[in-house]
Design a protein around this ligand. Structure first.
Ligand SMILES: [Zn+2]
Length: 455
């Protein structure tokens, strides 16, 4: 009797597991079958899939990739091919975040019932239209002048991602031999805008200023004194100038390390952590199924010197370029952050083939009043610094950064900002690795991009 009960329980468990497995597999088959079939390691099929795949267009209907006579061909302009490599993708699917990797099944026209061998008339091959302006990307690439880094620009009202360039890059028509390790090719398959994070240096001062405005009733009038250097908790923090007794607005304008470092110390760890968390640090953004590398605000120690360093974007602070784009975009857009959108439309030959994407919901990063204060401070900063001549004639609000990345290495140059001109509601972020000052290496890239849009 006892044995028979045991057997019944065992049988019941086995049947339950079997049924759970069937349900799980059926679910996976419905959701992920195309991904299984077109996995990159399924090399022969994956390559074939691109030989007869749909087209990829930029926002002006420029063809970026298409298949002709069973061959994948790309834009005729070498510089556009290089500038768009990380967005469009390669044929071996090394760039995992690219369109040709992520949307292989859509481009190929995978059929759920017939799989990859379905007859032509059953294939729902789709074309992908993106918001990117390929000419703008070409300009950004040329202005990056061979340095490694990234340049991004988007419409902060609609979220349309207009420019996304990552370097190093290569011409997909003439891929380099990557078997031999070469420092020049480090990160060649990485879309740095989406999948990397950098020490931000002074562009982070924008975030310290947001924290001050959120937590100090007298933040706008509070002053600190810069004598060129200060010992905080036994650590010497230095500044590029000797700025005297100045407020937050002038602290940003002069990019004063002592003033912004002291603001961070006065604000304390908790306030800095709360503000960075509410601005999306520690979380990925979802850009059409690609998750960005999260930005990091992680104090190495609960000490005043670590706080001061973090307030000026050093210590262990790391910033993802696209994430920073949404922060400056939210300042421009009355505190509301609109998530960047790469894909405009995925459509087939008939309208029922159209695929709709839900854009990630907009988030409020800060109050309207704080966004307005920051906007004014960033306009004042851009107008009263050496970069003003680059942006003459436009209402540009911006902050540069020169991030120290270790002794013996040249710093990363940054700029982040936006145009408050109604006709060009765009925000931008540029990072030029191991180059020099933000104003000298990153600002000209942003200025050339903006200039292209405004002319
Ligand atoms: Zn100073």
């Amino acid at each position: 009797m006892k044995n028979s009960r045991k057997r019944s329980v065992l049988l019941f468990l086995l049947v339950s597991f079997f049924l759970c497995g069937v349900v799980f597999l059926s679910f996976e088959l419905c959701i992920n079958s195309s991904n299984w079939a077109l996995k990159p390691f399924n090399e022969h099929l994956a390559l074939d899939s691109l030989a007869n795949a749909g087209k990829i267009f930029d926002r002006n209907s420029v063809i970026l990739a298409q298949s002709v006579n069973s061959k994948r061909i790309y834009n005729e302009d070498e510089q556009i091919r290089k500038a768009l490599l990380h967005t469009v993708g390669d044929e071996n699917f090394n760039i995992s975040t690219s369109l040709q990797s992520k949307f292989r099944d859509q481009l190929f026209g995978y059929n759920f019932f017939m799989g990859i061998d379905s007859p032509e008339f059953l294939k729902k091959r789709r074309d992908i239209h993106i918001n990117i302006d390929s000419k703008l990307c070409k300009i950004a690439l040329s202005k990056l002048s061979g340095y490694k880094g990234t340049a991004v620009m988007y419409n902060y009202k609609t979220g349309e991602l207009l420019c996304m360039v990552s370097t190093p890059t290569y011409d997909i028509k003439n891929p380099p031999d990557l078997k031999n390790k070469n420092a020049d090719n480090d990160g060649i398959f990485l879309n740095k805008a989406l999948s990397s994070s950098y020490t931000p240096g002074s562009v982070f001062k924008i975030i310290t200023a947001i924290c001050a405005l959120e937590n100090m009733p007298d933040a706008a009038n509070k002053k600190f004194t810069c004598n060129g250097a200060e010992i905080i908790n036994g650590q010497r923090i230095t500044c590029m100038g000797c700025h005297g007794n100045i407020n937050l607005r002038d602290g940003l304008r002069f990019s004063c390390n002592i003033v912004l470092g002291n603001f961070a110390v006065a604000l304390g760890k908790k306030n800095m952590q709360n503000t960075t968390a509410s601005l999306g640090f520690g979380k990925s953004l979802n850009i059409d199924f690609v998750n960005t590398e999260p930005s990091v605000y992680d104090l190495s120690a609960d000490a005043k010197d670590a706080l001061a360093w973090s307030g000026i974007g050093q210590d262990k602070v790391l910033l993802n370029p696209i994430h920073m784009l949404t922060i400056v975009g939210s300042i421009a857009n009355s505190g509301i952050s609109v998530t960047p959108k790469l894909i405009k439309e995925i459509s087939g030959e008939s309208t029922h083939n159209k695929l709709n994407f839900k854009q990630e919901e907009s988030k409020r990063y800060m109050s309207n009043e704080i966004a307005d204060s920051l906007k004014e401070m960033m306009l004042y900063t851009a107008k009263n610094s050496p970069i003003s001549s680059l942006f003459s004639g436009s209402d540009v609000c911006a902050k540069t950064g020169t991030a120290e990345v270790g002794s013996g290495k040249k710093p990363h140059a940054w700029i982040s900002g936006f145009s408050k001109n109604e006709k060009t509601p765009v925000a931008f972020v540029v990072v030029v690795e191991h180059s020099g000052f933000g104003g000298e290496y990153a600002a000209p890239v942003a200025a050339a991009m903006l200039n292209h849009l405004q002319n």
